[in-house]
Design a protein around this ligand. Sequence first.
Ligand code: IMP
Length: 179
Amino acid sequence: MGHPLITLHDKSFRPYLSAAEIAGAIDQVAARLSADYAGRRPLFVVVLTGGFMFAADLMKRFTGDCEIVFIRVASYEGMGSTGQVQEIMGLREDVQGRDIILVEDIVDTGTTLHHLLPTLEANKPASIEIAAMFYKPTSLRYPLTLNYMAMEIPNDFVVGYGLDYDGLGRNLPDVYVAA
Ligand code: IMP
């Protein structure tokens, strides 16, 4: 017998990635970031809400000095991207001259990042790289440089590990896919 399905609102989801598999992927991306940013004191800029869990695990594994701020944008409702990004809130920290690591839960169409990057660049950081827990390559609609993706996944809707379906599922340590 396989693992049981879970239900969130009206939808069923089946187990997809274990917490251990996720942790292993984060170990690797954190090791690369720690090496690449040694001595540079990067600023982790975390995109809320979904990025909170990945950001915490990633930052715990980063070995050098670093700082963190949280921003919020909104572009997603239910199970399909609206293609709209609202205003960025929370970017109070002076990012001029900083090495920014933009932390996302998942890069899906890339719409959020496509709109976010010019706003961040306008603040004249020294550099910007994107770190995301999940990346759906077949879904991407914009040319983005994605050097620190922890895991590639197919173009399916997933929940858990910070990701939600209409508000539910963020607390799940494992990741589930729509059944
Ligand atoms: P993008 O702008 O299309 O790249 O997606 C931006 C946001 O959509 C992500 O930061 C997530 O919050 C949300 N999202 C994309 N795919 C999924 C998914 O499979 N499950 C839950 N949320 C998702």
